[in-house]
Ligand binder design. Structure first.
Ligand SMILES: C[S@@+](CC[C@H](N)C(=O)[O-])C[C@H]1O[C@@H](n2cnc3c(N)ncnc32)[C@H](O)[C@@H]1O
Length: 248
C-alpha cells in the first residue's frame, strides 16, 4: 500500500497521552510501519487487561510490521512469536534487530490455516486488527487457536467492528465507501457469541476499549488519509472492539 506523507501534524497526533507507553516510540517509525490501525495504542490498551509476566511465550498473530511484537517484548519482557503473512519474516527481522529485541522476538511467515506451532506452546496470544481476515468461520477458533494456548492462558483481540449488526446490506450512507470484504466487521455480541460457542474459553473482557473505541477510530482517521469510511460513518456505528478470552 502506498504510504502517505508523514507530516508534523500526523506525528503529533500519533503521540496520544492516553497511551503513555506507545507515546515513547518514535512517531515517524509508527507512521512508516502502520497498516490501518494505531496498533501500539490498541496493544497497550489490550495488554492492560492481560496478565503478562517477563519470560512468558506469546503469539502476536498477524503482527504486520511487527511493531506490536517489539512493543510487547520491550514493555513486558515477554518472548514473542511475530507471525505474519503479508510481511516477510526477513523484513520484520530487520526491524526487530534495529529495535534491539532480537533476543526476544522471533519473526515467522505462516498462513493462519497452516500454523507451525505445537499445542499449548503459548502462555498468551494476541490479534491486533487481524483475526477478522481469517477467523469468522464457526469452526475456525477451536481448530487453530483454542489449542495453541495453555489451559488458563489468555487470548486478546483488538478488532475493528460495529456497535450494531446490519439487518441486511450495509446502509446507504456507507455503501459508496464499502469494500465487500468489510462484512467481516461485526459487533461485540456477534464475536462473543462465536467464542462462547467454542466451549473451550471464557470471555473475560468484551468492550469497546472502555468506551474509547469510536474515539480511537476518529482520532486515528485523519492520520492515514485513506480512511474515508470512518469519516463518513462519523461515529454512528464503527468502533474498535476489545475481547479477552481465557482458555478453560
Ligand atoms: C491490517 S494488517 C494489521 C497488521 C498489524 N497487526 C497492525 O495492526 O498494524 C492485517 C494483518 O493480518 C495478516 N493476515 C491476514 N490474513 C492472514 C492469514 N490468512 N494468515 C496469516 N496472517 C494474515 C496480514 O499479514 C496483515 O499483516
Amino acid at each position: 500500500m502506498e504510504k502517505e506523507q508523514i507530516t508534523q501534524a500526523k506525528k503529533e497526533a500519533i503521540i496520544n497521552p492516553k497511551y503513555p507507553r506507545a507515546a515513547t516510540y518514535d512517531a515517524a517509525w509508527q507512521l512508516e510501519n502502520e497498516d490501518g490501525s494505531p496498533c501500539l495504542w490498541l496493544m497497550e490498551a489490550l495488554a492492560r487487561k492481560m496478565n503478562l509476566k517477563p519470560g512468558m511465550r506469546v503469539l502476536d498473530m498477524g503482527c504486520g510490521a511487527a511493531m506490536s511484537s517489539i512493543f510487547l517484548a520491550r514493555e513486558f519482557g515477554v518472548q514473542v512469536f511475530a507471525n505474519d503473512l503479508w510481511v516477510s519474516a526477513s523484513d520484520n527481522m530487520k526491524r526487530i534487530r534495529d529495535a534491539g529485541v532480537d533476543d526476544l522476538v522471533v519473526p515467522l511467515h505462516a498462513e493462519a490455516h497452516d500454523l507451525p506451532y505445537a499445542d499449548e506452546f503459548f502462555d498468551a496470544a494476541f490479534w491486533v486488527n487481524s483475526y477478522q481476515f481469517y477467523g469468522t468461520a464457526d469452526t475456525y477458533f477451536n481448530e487453530y487457536y483454542g489449542k495453541l494456548v495453555k489451559h488458563g492462558g489468555q487470548l486478546g483481540f483488538a478488532l475493528p467492528g460495529i456497535y450494531r449488526e446490519f439487518d441486511d446490506l450495509v446502509p446507504e450512507y456507507l455503501a459508496k465507501h464499502w469494500w465487500k470484504e468489510f462484512y467481516y466487521f461485526h459487533s461485540l455480541d456477534w464475536w462473543t457469541r462465536l467464542f462462547r460457542r467454542s466451549g473451550t474459553v471464557d470471555v473475560e473482557v468484551a468492550d469497546d476499549f472502555g468506551g474509547d473505541g469510536n474515539e480511537i477510530m476518529m482520532q486515528w482517521e485523519p492520520i492515514p488519509d485513506r480512511m474515508r469510511l470512518v469519516r463518513v460513518d462519523a461515529g454512528r456505528n464503527m468502533t474498535w472492539l476489545r475481547i479477552v478470552l481465557r482458555r478453560r
